[in-house]
Design a protein around this ligand. Structure first.
Ligand SMILES: Cc1cc2nc3c(=O)[nH]c(=O)nc-3n(C[C@H](O)[C@H](O)[C@H](O)COP(=O)(O)O)c2cc1C
Length: 181
């Protein structure tokens, strides 16, 4: 069997992002895969820009990466109890590409946030947007890393066994989903 293609998408652009750290942990937990990390440095969605220039090449690259992936893992922070603008902008742009690369795509959504709920509100908001795009959201224990500033060690590893175990279960479910179909 060809190597599985795993795409990760961080809803935070910053280098030291805890969501990036969580994605790195998810990739390790997923195991052997051809991994690509998406770049969400995209222009803001603007219908005039789209009319004048079409879909930007960076957006098409992202859409192609989603289409090519066997599975996608998204991790995003919660901003003011909602979805990160960076992630929503990317979802909106990709929805303007010719075909829907998200259709039936096995996907897991996670979050790391400073607050006590670990970004639960944004997580459900993101899942709602993805449902509209016909994403196949793989069910499983929610990964919402609370108090993100204290949740990772200096090497960017999750400190708590409970999070590591939940992540391992979730990634095993994702792998099983795509290898059993
Ligand atoms: C504009 C803004 C809004 C935020 N709103 C929330 C929030 O609603 N809930 C929460 O838990 N943390 C909130 N935070 C804190 C983030 O969870 C924290 O900055 C987190 O580290 C961001 O994720 P990152 O490390 O992946 O960049 C907010 C941060 C910013 C910059």
């Amino acid at each position: 069997m060809a190597q599985l293609k795993l795409l990760t998408i961080s809803g935070s652009l910053r280098k030291g992002s805890f969501n990036r750290m969580l994605l790195t942990e998810a990739v390790a937990a997923f195991g052997d895969a051809d991994h690509t990390d998406a770049d969400l440095h995209l222009p803001l969605y603007d219908g005039d820009l789209e009319d004048a220039e079409g879909v930007p090449s960076a957006v098409q690259t992202l859409a192609d990466q989603i289409a090519a992936a066997d599975a996608v893992v998204i991790s995003a922070p919660e901003y003011n109890k909602g979805i990160s603008g960076v992630l929503k902008n990317a979802l909106d742009w990709v929805s303007r590409t010719e075909s829907n690369p998200w259709a039936n795509k096995p996907t897991v959504v996670m979050s790391a946030a400073a607050g006590r709920t670990g970004g639960e509100t944004q997580l459900f908001m993101t899942m709602q947007c993805l449902a509209q795009l016909q994403v196949h959201l793989v069910p499983g224990p929610g990964i919402m890393v609370a108090g993100a500033f204290d949740a990772f060690d200096d090497d960017g590893r999750l400190k708590a066994d409970s999070y590591r175990e939940a992540l391992a279960k979730r990634m095993a479910l994702l792998r099983a989903e795509i290898t059993s179909s």
